[in-house]
Design a binder for this molecule. Structure first.
Ligand SMILES: Cc1cc2nc3c(=O)[nH]c(=O)nc-3n(C[C@H](O)[C@H](O)[C@H](O)COP(=O)(O)O)c2cc1C
Length: 306
């Protein structure tokens, strides 16, 4: 059990934000397997305050997705705080600040991982948000900008000073992007020296490994991103048979079409590829599914799964 201020999280295995993946249907899927906390993808604070229609759409969620965190990114403390106030009207359980996105587009504008180079700015962003919000505010960080600049302790202290309630750490630098291995010794170091709950993140591929990391490093919980793609059972520890996998895909398709209409079928292809990855004939089925525009066709192809 994990406590973030007044919020109690039963399962310490949480969903990590993944742009283009952790939408409302995927969050519901993860919650069917008792994921501890669901989360949106990164959402632009600028877009929120400008009331951009598409951006505001991304803030929507349903009760089954709780507890849920909404993640925002930006660099201006006042814009971020105004955005957080708008976000709070949607009544999420947490608001998370993105301090780890390595994408050039995000970093060049001074947001995401670029902020790690300016802990003073991080402190003012987080302080302004904490001041304006009544729900707990959290942050997700990397270990630093690059090998020569692993200033994570400065960032952690800046966040603690601002009154943040939890810190999630992806054990890579910005320069590493998603390559190499997450450095869990840094995550352990942060946990040892931090006064707020610390969530470890990076390269967890199974339920057992999640608890190994918690036991080895003492972190309060873990976040799983890529390991949850096509494998929501990573949160519950169940080992699904082929039938359960097909049932989950069927439910996922229904949720996708309810959310996006027919386009949901196309968006579902990448998810199905993940669900069936590793099966003997997955390559052939994946090919077939590329040509289906209906749930019926997809389900027919999945009958061949072996
Ligand atoms: C395609 C992709 C999109 C991502 N989008 C986000 C995001 O929107 N916000 C965020 O904080 N992290 C994002 N991440 C980082 C993940 O949350 C996570 O920190 C990283 O993938 C390492 O964890 P994992 O090994 O469990 O996937 C993204 C990662 C990937 C691969």
């Amino acid at each position: 059990m994990l406590k973030i201020k007044e919020l109690t999280i039963e399962n310490p295995i949480l969903l990590a934000p993944i742009a283009g993946y952790t939408d409302s249907p995927f969050r519901k899927i993860c919650m069917t397997e008792k994921c501890g906390l669901s989360v949106t993808e990164l959402i632009s604070a600028e877009g929120i305050v400008r009331k951009n229609r598409k951006t505001l759409e991304m803030l929507k969620f349903t009760e089954e997705e709780r507890p849920i965190s909404i993640q925002i990114f930006g660099k201006d403390p006042y814009v971020m705080a105004d955005a957080a106030q708008i976000v709070e009207n949607y009544k999420p359980d947490l608001i998370d600040i993105n301090l780890g996105c390595p994408a050039r587009k995000v970093c060049n504008s001074g947001s995401g991982a670029a902020l790690s180079r300016d802990p003073a700015r991080i402190e003012s962003i987080a302080s302004e948000i904490v001041k304006k919000c009544t729900i707990p505010v959290t942050a997700k960080i990397r270990t630093g900008w690059d090998d020569g600049n692993k200033n994570y302790m400065d960032v952690v202290k800046a966040l603690e000073n601002s009154g943040i309630s939890m810190i999630a750490v992806h054990g890579r630098t910005r320069a590493q992007m998603y390559s190499g291995r997450a450095d869990w010794s840094i995550i352990e170091d942060i946990k040892k020296h931090s006064s707020v709950p610390v969530i470890g993140n990076g390269d967890i591929t199974s339920h057992e490994m999640a608890f190994e990391k918690i036991n080895e490093t003492g972190v309060d919980g873990v976040m799983i991103g890529r390991g949850a793609m096509g494998n929501p059972w990573i949160f519950s520890g169940k080992t699904p048979g082929i039938e359960e996998i097909i049932e989950m895909i069927s439910l996922h398709i229904d949720l996708m079409t309810a959310e996006y209409g027919e386009y949901g079928i196309r968006l579902m292809r990448k998810h199905i590829a993940s669900y069936i990855h590793g099966f003997r004939n997955s390559a052939k089925i994946r090919q077939e599914i590329m040509h289906h525009d209906s749930k019926r066709g997809i389900m027919e192809s999945l009958k061949e799964l072996a």
